[in-house]
Design a protein around this ligand. Structure first.
Ligand code: DC
Length: 232
């Protein structure tokens, strides 16, 4: 896919800071931020609401195809800590898709190749018409294989679990640290070991370990690099 637009592709495991960092980088550069995980979360929400079997790939494909999924920057009145606003048939599900209940099932939905095919196509269409910071698990090699900048963001298991636990508590979800840690390990394994487009580090990715870095430090590193690349 060849496009005149600047593409930053970011992959990495759960709670590596992809969302927060991508949002800030996009704001500073004036790019669109695209959270692809939100799309797989929406598919999972649709399955739960419809009471569909998580293993019924064709039924899930139908659900996804028949729903209008929209993602956009939060409007002024929506600034409640969300990084992006997600609408399904006009309903704001930005927080409904962030629960641990959804997190526990999303990797099953994301493993279906036909579901991935539809969502990857949607993601590629978005990136064709504007400069983007797109984050997920397969962005650097499947969705945007020709991205100008490829980044693999990671962090230690304990740092990532602590971050995710704090986020859950802040949103009134009273889960224990151990529950969050265990779920994070399961999701990492599912994401890295699945047959279809697993999470992996590509050869030309810039690997950034965020364990001992502040968010602003990582954002600066990336923004500075993009400025240098744009001047070249
Ligand atoms: O980034 P996240 O935790 O919101 O992503 C939710 C799930 O979606 C994650 O467990 C793996 C899946 N996912 C994926 O398979 N491919 C992507 N590009 C993004 C997310």
């Amino acid at each position: 896919m060849s496009t005149p637009h600047f593409q930053i592709a970011i992959d990495g495991p759960v709670a590596a800071g992809k969302g927060t960092i991508s949002r800030l980088v996009a704001d500073q550069l004036g790019f669109l931020y695209v959270d692809t995980g939100a799309m797989y979360r929406v598919a999972t929400l649709l399955v739960m609401r419809a009471g569909t079997d998580f293993n019924n790939e064709n039924a899930i494909v139908k659900l996804v195809r028949s729903s209008n999924i929209q993602m956009r920057n939060p409007k002024a009145y929506e600034k409640d800590g969300r990084l992006t606003t997600v609408l399904v048939d006009g309903e704001d599900v930005s927080w409904d898709i962030r629960t641990e209940k959804i997190s526990a099932k999303v990797s099953i939905v994301a493993a279906h190749p036909k579901v991935r095919e539809i969502l990857v196509e949607k993601q590629q269409i978005i990136a064709e018409s504007q400069d983007v910071v797109m984050e997920g698990r397969d962005i650097t090699y499947r969705v945007l294989p020709d991205a100008n900048l490829k980044i693999y963001l990671t962090g230690s298991d304990t740092v990532r679990a602590k971050r995710r636990h704090l986020q859950s508590l802040q949103h009134g979800e009273f889960v224990t640290y151990k529950e969050v840690f265990d779920l994070l390990k399961i999701r990492d394994t599912n994401d890295m070991e699945r047959v279809n487009d697993p999470l992996k580090i590509v050869d030309d990715a810039w690997v950034i370990d965020t364990s001992d870095l502040k968010i602003q430090q990582v954002v600066r590193l990336i923004v500075d690099k993009v400025h240098v690349m744009m001047d070249m």
